[in-house]
Design a protein around this ligand. Structure first.
Ligand code: IDP
Ligand code: MG
Length: 214
């Protein structure tokens, strides 16, 4: 009796789910068709102008300056990926690359190569490459991003980071400070190609830029 009731409930739930899915798929199809029509009524994809080719590491000092960022495992575990990446989008910056990675020990050692002699290096590498949570690596493009990105992040110790900065709003521990960001032009130039190949970077035109750059 109990089994029969359960079976009935399950079947009802399944048919409900299938109806909803069909409806959702239909709506999505209609939406996609409308989108395609609106896009093809203007320029076609093939004739839309592509963003001018920008070197992987960007063009420091221009609107195509680029910096490398990474949401660290602590912030991924805490569900802060969208909170962190959203701040760059809100500021008006353009994301030109992004991927979730479980980094190898080798990659993390190469990334933090300049810190090899520091006492926390071993613990840092172990933590970042533990695999307990991935990282989200991303490249942001826009005017002043290398310095402004650091300003948005805050100082290394979250306890000393001003409220309003990412670290100042999300953490209390120096070893779990939510995000990495390139510390200068040289850092960005070495870190972007370390994490992303050329074909993983999207050179795209952001049409909203005309409302961001005067
Ligand atoms: P940054 O991330 O602000 O550029 P760095 O000095 O480059 O700071 O250090 C890289 C990372 O190493 C820091 O973000 C932090 O997670 C970790 N770290 C730095 N100093 C310490 C420390 O004194 N104890 C533990 N971890 C540290
Ligand atoms: Mg650093």
């Amino acid at each position: 009796m109990a089994t029969g009731t359960m079976a009935t409930t399950t079947a009802a739930a399944e048919s409900g789910a299938s109806f909803n899915w069909g409806f959702a798929a239909g709506a999505a199809f209609a939406g996609a068709a409308a989108l395609a029509i609106s896009q093809y009524s203007g320029e076609s994809f093939s004739t839309m102008s592509a963003a001018a080719d920008v070197p992987v590491a960007g063009l420091p000092g221009t609107n195509q300056e680029r910096s490398f960022f990474m949401v660290k495992p602590d912030a991924v575990q805490r569900g802060l990926v969208s909170e962190i990446i959203g701040r760059f989008e809100k500021r008006g910056y353009k994301i030109v690359a992004m991927k979730m990675v479980t980094p190898s020990r080798e990659l993390i050692e190469a990334h933090y190569d300049d810190l090899r002699s520091r006492p926390f290096f071993e613990g840092l590498c172990k933590y970042m490459s533990s695999g307990e949570a991935p990282v989200v690596a991303f490249v942001v493009e826009g005017k002043g991003i290398i310095k402004v990105g650091r300003d948005m992040i805050g100082v290394t110790d979250p306890l000393k980071s001003a409220p309003g900065t990412i670290r100042g709003d999300t953490g209390v521990s120096i070893g779990m400070n939510s995000i990495h960001g390139s510390d200068g032009v040289e850092g960005a130039a070495s870190e972007i190609p370390l994490w992303f190949s050329q074909d993983e970077i999207a050179n795209w035109n952001k049409t909203a830029d005309k409302w961001i750059y005067e």
